[in-house]
Ligand binder design. Sequence first.
Ligand SMILES: [Ca+2]
Ligand SMILES: [Ca+2]
Ligand SMILES: [Ca+2]
Length: 302
Amino acid sequence: MRKGAKKVAGGILIVSLILSLGVITAVAVSPAPAPPNKFWGDVRVNGVDAPVDTIIEAYIDGELRGSTIVGISGEYGGNLDYLGVDGTVFDRGKTINFVISLPDGREMSAAETAEWGYMTPPRKLNLTGNAPPIITDPSANPEVIPDDTDNNPLWGEEAELSVNVTDICDIASVTIDLSAIGGDSEVVMINIGGDTYAVTTNATAGTPSGTYLLMVNATNAAGLSNADVGIELTVMMNGDVDEDGDVDMDDAVYLGCHALGVPGYDLNERIADVDGSGVVNLLDAVYLASHLDGIEGYELLH
Ligand SMILES: [Ca+2]
Ligand SMILES: [Ca+2]
Ligand SMILES: [Ca+2]
C-alpha cells in the first residue's frame, strides 16, 4: 500500500471515531424522551370548583412540561384526556409543580406537587389553589368634598366611595381605611348590588386639604385578602372657593361674584354652600363675610 492511501484510511478511522463519540455525547445530553406522566383529578380554588377554561400547567425545574384546560368545572384530565407531563429518564424523582390560572387572570401555584416517574401509570392528583379577590373600579362620587367644618354633613359634604369586588367564591368582608380623613381604619363597605361595595363618608373637620388614597381591604371566604387598591378622594377647605389654601375675604368676594354671574368666577359648589342651604347663592357670600367678621351666629361654616 502506498503511503498516501494509508494516510487516508487512518483519517477515515479518526473521523468515524470522532463521529461515534459525537453520537454518544449527543445521547448523553438529550436522551430519548420517555412516555409522559399522566395526571387527572379534581381542581379547586378558594374552596370551590375551578371554572371551565382554567389552565393547569406542569413545570419541572421551572420548565413548562405540559398543560391542559379545564373543560368540566372542578375537573381536569378526565375522559382519558390526561394532563401529560413530558420528561426523560433523567427526570426520574424530580418534583413536578403545578400552576393554576383562572379565566379572570389570577395565577397561583397548586398546594400539591408530584414526583416524575419513569414508565408510571396515570395518577389521580387533586389540585387546590388559593388567591385573594379582585378589586376593580375604585371611585369616589363626588371626587371632591370640603372638610365638614361643623361635623354635620349636609349637601355636598359627603362622597360615596365604591369598588367592585369579585371572586369565584363568596366575599367575606370589604372594609376601607378612613383614618386619614378622620374616620375609622376599618369601615365596613356594604354590598349595594352586584359586585359593588360602597360607603358614604364626610371628611372630619380639620382634615388637611389634599388628595387621599383610601385603601380598601377585601377578604374572600377562603380568608385571603387583597389590600392593594385604594380610592382617591380630594378634600378642600370649606369656603376656600378661590382654592388658594385659606379662607378669607377674597373668598367671600369671589363667592359673591360667582353668585352674581360675573364671568371668570367658576367654583366647586360643594365647598361654596357655607350656609348649608343646599344651594349656592349670594346668601353664602354674605354668610362667609359675616363668619370672617366674627359676627355672632356665624361661628360655623356648614
Ligand atoms: Ca381662599
Ligand atoms: Ca347656600
Ligand atoms: Ca357640614
